[in-house]
Write a protein that binds this ligand. Structure first.
Ligand code: GLU
Length: 289
C-alpha cells in the first residue's frame, strides 16, 4: 500500500495572496480530497528582508476565508535553517558545491558584455563558472575570514555523480501518470545557498518536501523548469521524488502573469469590496462550497 497522499500549499509571505494563489490553493485542496489525502500549509519565509510575519498571518486568514482546509502544524521554513545548513554542508563536503564570491553586479556586467551569454530558464545569465576554479584551500580561507559568498552547484560534477537520464512522474488529476524528462544542466551552476541564509528556494523546497513526506506537488507552471533542478538535488541528497502537477497560471485581465509586484488584486481587497468567497471559487472553476 502506498502512503496516503500528502500535498502542500507553499506561499512566500512577501505580499498578499492574489487570485493566482487562490487557484493554486483550491486546486491543492481539491486534489488532496480526490486522492483521499491531506493538505499542509508551508510558509516559505527564507528571505529575511522580504518575508514579514504579518503577511504570514494574513495568508492564514485568507485561506480560512477562501475555505481551503489544511491540517497539521504550519511549517515555517525560517525555523529550519539549521537543517538546510546541514544539507548544504553535506553537498559541499561531497565536492558538489563551491563558494562563489562574485556579486550580482559583476555577474550582470560580464553577461552584458556578451550578447549571446546563455541564460537559465528564468532568463538570468548562466553563471560562467568564475569561482569554480578557485584553489579550494584559498576559497575556504576566504569563507573562514567572513567574505560574502553564495554556494553554487558544480553542475558538471553533480551530473557525473548523478548521471541522467533525469526525470519525474507528472500527474494530471484523473489521468495516467507520465514520465517527464528533466534537464538540470540548463540551470548551470545555480545558487544552492544564498549569501544571507544557508539555503535557496531550491534547497529548502526539496528538503522540506521530503521532510514532510509530500507525495504530490501541485504548483504553477512558472516553477515547472525548476523541477529539473529539484530532481537532481533529490538524487544528490538521497531523497525521494514526489509526483508533480504544474498547473496553468491565472492571468491578469491584460493577460500578464499575476504577481504581487504588479499590484494584482489581493484577496483581502476582493473581500473588502464585498466579493463572496463562494463567488471567487466559482470564478476560478471550483464549486461554490
Ligand atoms: N514559495 C513558492 C512561491 O510562492 C512556491 C514553492 C513551491 O510550490 O514549490 O512561489
Amino acid at each position: 500500500m502506498s502512503a496516503p497522499a500528502h500535498l502542500r500549499f507553499a506561499p512566500s509571505p512577501n505580499g498578499r495572496l492574489h487570485r493566482g494563489h487562490a487557484y493554486s490553493a483550491l486546486l491543492n485542496a481539491a486534489i488532496a480530497r480526490q486522492l483521499g489525502g491531506r493538505l499542509s500549509l508551508r510558509i516559505e519565509d527564507i528571505d529575511p528582508v522580504r518575508s514579514r510575519p504579518e503577511l504570514a498571518a494574513a495568508i492564514v486568514a485568507d485561506l480560512a476565508w477562501l475555505g481551503v482546509p489544511w491540517s497539521g502544524p504550519v511549517r515555517r521554513q525560517s525555523e529550519h535553517m539549521a537543517d538546510y545548513a546541514a544539507a548544504r554542508d553535506g553537498l559541499a563536503a561531497a565536492g558538489l558545491l563551491y563558494p562563489c564570491f562574485c556579486s550580482r553586479g559583476e555577474i550582470r556586467e560580464r553577461a552584458a558584455a556578451r550578447a549571446d551569454a546563455p541564460r537559465d530558464p528564468d532568463g538570468a545569465p548562466l553563471y560562467p563558472g568564475t569561482c569554480r576554479g578557485l584553489d579550494p584551500a584559498a576559497a575556504r580561507a576566504r569563507v573562514a575570514a567572513g567574505a560574502a559568498h553564495t554556494w553554487r552547484i558544480d553542475m558538471g560534477r553533480a551530473l557525473r555523480r548523478a548521471p541522467g537520464p533525469h526525470g519525474y512522474a507528472a500527474f494530471d488529476p484523473g489521468s495516467a501518470e507520465r514520465r517527464v524528462g528533466a534537464d538540470p544542466a540548463r540551470w548551470g551552476d545555480a545558487v544552492i545557498a544564498r549569501r544571507d541564509v544557508p539555503t535557496s528556494y531550491h534547497l529548502a523546497v526539496v528538503h522540506d518536501d521530503a521532510a514532510q513526506g509530500i507525495t504530490h506537488v501541485v504548483r504553477g507552471q512558472d516553477l515547472e523548469a525548476a523541477t529539473d533542478l529539484h530532481v537532481l538535488l533529490q538524487r544528490l541528497l538521497g531523497l525521494p521524488s514526489p509526483r508533480y502537477h504544474h498547473h496553468g497560471l491565472i492571468r491578469d485581465t491584460d493577460g500578464g502573469k499575476l504577481a504581487k509586484s504588479r499590484g494584482s488584486t489581493a484577496l483581502a481587497d476582493l473581500r473588502a469590496q464585498g466579493v463572496a468567497a463562494a463567488a471567487l471559487r466559482v470564478s476560478l472553476g471550483f464549486p461554490a462550497a
